[in-house]
Design a protein. Sequence first.
Length: 464
Amino acid sequence: MALPLDLRRCQVLGLAGTAFLALGGETAGALPVADLLAPASARAALGLVAVYCGVVLLTAAWALLGRLVHGPRPPGERSLLLVLALWAAPLLLAPPLFSRDVYSYLAQGAMVDAHMDVYAHGPDLLGGPLADEVAPVWRHTAAPYGPAFLALASALSALTRGELPAGLLGMRLVAVLGVALMAVALPRLARHSGADPVAALWLGALNPLVLLHLVAGAHNDALMLGLLGLGLVAALGRWPVLGTVLITLAALVKAPAALGLPAALVLQLHAGRGALRATVTTAAGAAATTAAATAVAGTGYGWIGALDTPVSSHNWALTSLLGRGTGALLEHLGSGLAPLAVPAWHLLGLVATAVAVALIWLRLRLLPVYALGLSLLAVAVLGPALRPWYVLWGLFLIAAAAPSTSVRHRVAALAGVLALAVLPSGGPPRPGQLALAVCGGALGLVVLWQARQAAEAPAAGRTA
């Protein structure tokens, strides 16, 4: 099924994939409530088929590009950046895909702009059309995000005056900025770590999860990772204080980035800075940045308590699955301990995460960027909540510092599988929708086969 290797073919195939995604998203995406179609409607069905056809084409293009990157004549960094821009272009004006989280961002920004406490109340308090766009499971849930992101969301709300199309575009542009920062940081981190910067860009910035969830889904994880990567680059050089500020801002978007602060400290020690000076500088910079960002946002320190915001009961994290399974078994046995099963497994997951992170750093302390990537991957996999884009927390830095090609290939395989894991509407799957998704994937394979036949025909003619 593999096509002849050629950068132009990869560009065209990936562009066709994201074009299918954008077109299919017009009827099957995470649309505003007023534009939602019945899942059984013909237009929604065709949209779902188109989206999954696009996912298969994009993933195939990325895999073929990976063969070029790891081949004897890999493309340059600039060529890969142009491919990223080309593939992302159709998604810029597409509806949100694979999640309705962007509507939560906009509603929370409007709440901050209206001086409501987002850490005590959910978007339901805001009311109105914007709150209606938030997924029902999150309408009564406090914001789990830090003051840096909420200050940005509030400014965007004020700028767009609550207009939904402008707000969605604004959040998409914020996500694209985050991806651009990731792309800037990756080659620099790779060179420091002794890794291939071109391979780092391929795995860390062009992989399908980035395009599907950070660009098309407009998730704030893009901004978190962009700031984290840029902060680590600054910590490598002559600007350790700037590095601390950027990493702290990343953590004030989403909390997992706080693990970057110890990594930045280790990088400073490796650069020959004194331990006491580096520790004091990092701690003081983080504290000052936190205080300043919280004051600017005007949200207070409620974000600390919001870190334990409850997860969805249908979340498919490993510990949640084990907890639900254990609870069902205990309930079947008539035990009164059944309600404690999920909390107990979540606690065990947190303990396992702490142990895993400690072991990673004990073993890989001389490779801080790689150790940080593995630590963030452990946080995502063993935590109480897991979505496909959470894997990018670790994948981004593993791409920059993976010590071998085999590590990159394993992580790439994980990304390819997870690209197929969520429906474009962001809602729970129904059997009919799964069947349509399979049909879309099959259509993508047919397109790939036809493209291969067309590519081989001229070569056969020349041979004859």
